[in-house]
Structures are given as structure tokens and as C-alpha cells.
Write a protein that binds this ligand. Structure first.
Ligand code: GLN
Length: 340
């Protein structure tokens, strides 16, 4: 059903609300870090060999609000490779370049219910990638990045993500090479998509740009600002620069809500009620539209591949800051004196 055309020309009204005051947010970000730092369950990722060398004790929690205030606690400025979180922001850049309908048709917006590196998901859907937040859909999305050559596409990814972060992001060459030497599966997925006509340029070049995008270095602070840009109608609240349109933010956050946390996206939405994206190096960004975003970093992952401390800290902050999109309370009508 083509729901988009039914509302063509209808103005998008927005009603979101605001975060509590500065002091309270600051206190709650500290409390989130304090409550969650003792948890040491989970495993660091090791399928990209160099990721296994990270210090498992690292933990940073940051909230950036849509007014540009940033609250940071713990290892908020430690850099790590962005990994799958890049998918969300490259998706936004591609939506900005191609528009809602085109990206909907070419990449899709539905959860596959299968692992992020699943080949079977592609086969089951006749070669349609279906979900831009797993590797097949992300490769198809990266293939659409503007640029006449792979080098130009990579430069556009890097500058695009840097605009979201509000600072120049750099490639982690060690992580890039480690993944480039071991990513046969992503190469296989790209070839498979090529065979279905879903990638129309050199699939191995697409994998290379994608591997670089995953190896961009970010901190929890960067993630919070990047998320806050999606919460702020596409304007980076710290630099004041417009990065993407408000419609692109809405589209991207809808995709994150249904697919951003791998196979546990439904459970995440049920418990935490926010669009979010995680990556195997231990980052999570969660976005409260109109209000701001939470960026966390802690490399110990649960079996679904999501950071254990990051999920806990985000759950706490979503609840304590009143961010869950589905929460409401009973409306109490204002008492008005009957007019005489
Ligand atoms: N670079 C990783 C890959 O493509 C990203 C995966 C992830 O963060 N889930 O396999």
C-alpha cells in the first residue's frame, strides 16, 4: 500500500516535549554511570581480530540535548571504531540524496529477523536487502552514496559522518586492515546482491568503502551529538550546521526503531521505547526525537551483539528522563471555574 502519497502535501506537525532541566540531566547521567559500571557480564567482540584487544572495563555515558548541551561521564572521549552504527548515518545521507520513496524501494525498511551478517535473509527475499541496518542492506545503501568513484564515495561518507559529529572523524587504519583481511562473508553478500542486480557497481569496491565506514573512530560523546542531530530535525545542535532534512531524520529514526538493535530490536523497543543503533565495538546511540540523544560505550556485549552496560545505562536514562516514546500518563483536565 502506498501510504506516502495519501499524505502528500500535508504539513508535518511536530509535538515532542523537552528534557528536564540541566541539573537534573547532569545528575541522572552520573547516576546511570554509577549504577551500571559494576556490571561485567558479556564478551568483547572478536570476529574482527583487533577488536578483541580492547579494555573491557571502558565505560562512557553521554547525553546531548537538542539545545547543544552535553553531559558526559566516564570514558566519554575514548575513541573506538563506529562499526554498525555507521549504517544509521550513511542511511540518512543516502536518504538525503535519493529521497524517501527511492530508498524505500531499493533498500527496504523491515527487520529480517535474522543475524546482521545473514546470507539466507537475502535469498529468502529474492535478493531484496529489506533492512538497511544489517550488512546486506547496509552494503546496498553504501553503494548508493554519492560520488563518481569509490574514493569519492568514501570521502563523502567520512565528511558526512563528521558533520553529524561536529568534528573531523578519522579512519582507524588498524581496525580497517584487520576487518579487510577477514571480511570474506561481506564480500560474499556483496557478490550475491550483485547477482540479483541490487549492487550495480563493483561489489568489492562497495565492501571496501563499507569496511572503511565501519572503521571510523568515534567516542560516546560523538555518538550523542550525532544522535542529537537526528533528534534536532537534522541540524547539529552543537555546530548549528544543517546535515540532513527533518524528513530524513524521521525516516532514519523509524528504521532504527524497527531494526537498530539486531534481532532484539522488538525487545529493546518494548523495554526502552527509543530508536537506537548499536555496533560490535560496544557503542550505542539512542535518540529521543525533539529532545536529544544518549551515546554510550562499553565493549562487553550480550549474545545479540549489544553492549551490556550501554543497554542498562540507556534503559535507566530513558526511564528517568522520561524519553520512552510510548509512555503516557492519564490526562488530568485543568479545573476551570464555571463562568458566572
Ligand atoms: N564491520 C562489521 C561487519 O560488517 C559491523 C558489524 C556490526 O557492528 N554489527 O561485520
Amino acid at each position: 500500500m502506498d501510504l506516502a502519497t495519501d499524505v502528500d502535501g500535508v504539513e508535518q506537525e511536530v509535538a515532542t516535549g523537552a528534557l528536564p532541566g540541566w541539573d537534573q540531566v547532569e545528575r541522572l547521567v552520573h547516576a546511570a554511570h554509577e549504577r551500571c559500571r559494576a556490571h561485567d557480564g558479556g564478551q568483547v567482540a572478536d570476529y574482527i581480530p583487533v577488536l578483541a584487544e580492547v579494555d573491557p572495563g571502558l565505560f562512557g555515558v553521554v547525553v546531548a540535548d537538542s539545545g547543544g548541551e552535553v553531559h558526559a561521564v566516564g570514558d566519554a572521549d575514548v575513541e573506538f571504531s563506529v562499526q554498525s552504527i555507521s549504517k544509521a548515518f550513511v542511511y540518512a545521507l543516502v536518504c538525503e540524496a535519493y529521497g524517501h520513496q527511492e530508498v524505500l524501494e531499493r533498500v527496504g525498511v523491515n527487520n529480517t529477523g535474522l543475524a546482521f551478517n545473514s546470507v539466507m535473509a537475502v535469498e529468502l527475499n529474492d535478493g531484496h536487502p529489506r533492512n538497511p541496518m544489517v550488512n546486506a542492506g547496509a552494503l546496498a545503501t553504501t553503494a548508493l552514496m554519492p560520488g563518481a568513484t569509490p574514493a569519492e564515495q568514501w570521502e563523502n561518507v567520512r565528511t558526512g559522518l563528521s558533520r553529524f559529529a561536529g568534528r573531523q572523524l578519522e579512519l582507524d587504519g588498524v581496525v580497517y586492515r584487520s576487518e579487510a583481511e577477514t571480511n570474506m562473508r561481506n564480500k560474499a553478500i556483496a557478490r550475491l546482491l550483485e547477482s540479483y542486480g541490487r549492487i550495480r557497481t563493483d561489489p568489492l569496491e562497495v565492501v571496501d568503502v563499507y569496511t572503511r565506514q565501519c572503521a571510523l573512530r568515534v567516542s560516546a560523546r560523538d555518538l550523542a551529538v550525532m544522535g542529537a542531530t537526528l533528534a534536532d530535525g537534522g541540524v547539529n545542535p552543537v555546530t548549528g550546521e544543517r546535515v540532513v532534512s527533518a524528513q530524513v531524520c524521521r525516516d532514519t529514526l523509524a528504521v532504527l526503531a524497527s531494526t537498530g538493535m539486531y534481532e532484539s530490536s522488538g525487545e529493546w523497543l518494548f523495554e526502552i521505547g527509543l530508536p537506537a543503533k548499536s555496533g560490535v565495538s560496544g557503542g550505542i546511540v539512542a535518540v529521543a526525537p525533539g529532545k536529544g540523544a544518549i551515546g554510550t560505550f562499553s565493549p562487553l556485549l550480550d549474545p545479540a551483539g549489544n553492549s551490556v552496560r550501554g543497554q542498562r545505562a540507556t534503559a535507566y536514562l530513558s526511564r528517568a528522563l522520561g524519553l520512552n516514546l510510548f509512555a503516557s500518563s492519564v490526562h488530568v483536565p485543568e479545573r476551570t471555574e464555571p463562568s458566572a
